[in-house]
Design a protein around this ligand. Structure first.
Ligand code: F6P
Length: 533
């Protein structure tokens, strides 16, 4: 095995100790007994980080488990790895790049890398956003981008709807499927539309194809002023200029796509909520960065969540985590987190190229509560697989419907309680079941109606969903992903796994036109021929 600078999790004494601890205490851990045993469990296992309070007490661990996990973090050099990222070392080793999304939200004058460059672009981008906001003739803003050049703005804009300027409609086009852009264009007037072409590389097939469609649509309808109606956010300013775009906001190769909403890629967010609120979003993320950089590991929320992820993935064997935001504005958060976590940590070799003998990224999935309750929560409560759930609740809503909000919060609390408490067949036996089949054996029915319980969850609480708290929440997730990735010894900042499909797509494109299936596997050849017939 080739060596890494810091030991990988499985090469540490703490890893072996955790295995022993799991066999002795982890496997048979019972949440209900743990609460009965320890009246101080909630206090001991909850953490207040900037803007985010976390209740970790409904998880399958106790302070002894945490002790071993914190040892693991120390032995893996988590703090040194974190400091290397924050300093700008080229920790994205396969691409030889620094990883400095934290520098994008450092205040002006901070001693962080590229501070002057960051603020020069930020000022220019926000000035432009304010100009667009003041321009009453521009009513529709279409962001054309995919992956990290789409998911961040697409998640944040509805989340901060309470702060959005009315009279501007934001649209997001990402898919190369024409069913995405067609209905958007149908409702637009070229003279009142601004297209933002968002692409770090300015080479992504989907984005370039949709940008070309948008430009054709614009010129075919008499549009001539590309400078006014098209802007680009990219690290490849030359390619944007070649496309004909003069209004361009740049960023840098040390901003990963999935970490880029804080850069010029955030332009649609800035247009929606304005410069002041965009700066608050950055300030919230920066507050979480400071917490991650300086809080002791035992009170460091991103670290604790990352350690919990390792505990669940590698010891309990949970292969997925469900995210349940109890705020409709966060409907796109699970999709955003899928890219953040699965593109970052969906890796099977360590940084030295060695195959990993343990599992990495779980599947991350979810829907806003309460909708998920009426869909897949059945499986969470009674299915065979254990799935840790992450509830996100917001104390104060930004709408006037207090009764709805109370119901929403009661649902959120009830779900984590039900997952934990469960219900025995004996308890189910004594209850009325109005929809039960007449004549069904009550014993049989009681097994269908019982809940195993002891199913873990975390609850994250925000006082309100504001630009500041949302910034903190997203940065919390970024650093949590960093933490598990660092312990696993992987490069969380490359994404070679997307390349093969892209390359094969380029080879198949001309074959779809010509019908030439020579040398293709029989399945692909058969499908190609059916698609052409
Ligand atoms: O699919 C891979 C990927 O490179 C993502 O990492 C990235 O966010 C997305 O494509 C879009 O890339 P770009 O911003 O360069 O168009």
């Amino acid at each position: 095995m080739k060596a890494q600078t810091h030991p990988r999790c499985d090469q540490t004494a703490a890893w072996a100790a955790l295995h022993g601890h799991y066999q002795a205490h982890g496997r048979g851990f019972d949440l209900r007994e743990a609460f009965a045993r320890d009246a101080g469990r909630f206090e001991a296992l909850s953490v207040q980080a900037p803007d985010v309070f976390a209740d970790l007490s409904k998880n399958l661990l106790d302070t002894a488990t945490l002790h071993f996990l914190l040892d693991l973090a120390r032995e893996c050099g988590l703090e040194a790895r974190r400091d290397a990222m924050l300093r700008g070392d080229p920790i994205n080793s396969t691409e030889g790049r620094a990883v400095l999304h934290t520098a994008l939200r450092a205040p002006r004058g901070a001693a962080t890398p590229f501070n002057a460059d960051v603020h020069a672009v930020l000022d220019a981008m926000l000035a432009y956003a304010e100009q667009v906001r003041a321009d009453e003739d521009l009513t529709d803003i279409v962001n054309i981008g995919i992956g990290g050049s789409d998911l961040g703005p697409q998640m944040v804009v509805p989340a901060l709807d309470a702060y959005a300027l009315h009279g501007k409609r934001l649209h997001f086009v990402s898919n190369v499927d024409g069913h995405d852009i067609s209905p958007v264009l149908r409702g637009l007037d070229p003279q009142r539309t601004l297209f933002i072409i968002a692409s770090k590389t300015f080479t992504t097939q989907e984005t370039m194809a949709n940008a070309a469609v948008a430009r054709d649509w614009f010129t075919q309808r008499g549009g001539t002023d590309i400078a006014r109606h098209f802007a680009a956010t990219t690290t490849n300013v030359a390619a944007a200029a070649q496309f004909g775009i003069r209004t361009t906001f740049g960023f840098w190769d040390w901003v990963g796509g999935r970490y880029s909403l804080w850069s010029a890629i955030g332009l649609p967010i800035a247009i929606a909520i304005g410069a002041q609120h965009f700066r608050a979003l950055l300030a919230g993320a920066h507050a979480m960065d400071q917490h991650f950089a300086h809080a002791p590991l035992a009170q460091n929320l991103p670290v604790l969540l990352g350690l919990l992820d390792v505990w669940y993935r590698n010891f309990h064997g949970f292969s997925s985590r469900s995210v349940a935001p109890y705020h409709q504005g966060l409907a796109r958060l699970p999709a955003y987190l899928q890219q953040l976590e699965m593109e970052s940590n969906g890796k099977r070799v360590d940084t030295a190229g060695n195959a990993l003998p343990f599992a990495t990224s779980p599947v991350v999935w979810g829907e806003p509560g309460t909708n998920g309750q009426h869909a897949y929560f059945q499986m969470l409560h009674q299915g065979t697989a254990g799935v840790p759930v992450e509830f996100i609740a917001v104390k104060t809503p930004s709408h006037p419907h207090a009764d709805l909000h109370t119901k929403l919060l009661a649902n959120c609390l009830a779900q984590s309680q039900a997952l934990m408490l469960g219900k025995s067949p004996a308890d189910a036996l004594g209850e009325k079941a109005p929809t039960a089949a007449p004549g069904i054996d009550p014993q049989v029915l009681s097994h269908h109606r019982s809940f195993p319980g002891n199913r873990p969850s975390t609850t994250l609480l925000l006082d309100a969903l504001t630009p500041h708290s949302l910034g903190a929440l997203v940065a919390l997730y970024e650093h949590r992903v960093f933490t598990s990735g660092a312990l696993w010894g992987i490069n969380s900042f490359d994404q070679w796994g997307v390349e093969l499909g892209k390359a094969l797509c380029s080879q198949l494109l001309p074959r779809l036109a010509s019908g030439d299936a020579t040398g293709l596997d029989a399945s692909t050849a058969g499908l190609l021929q059916r698609l052409r017939s």
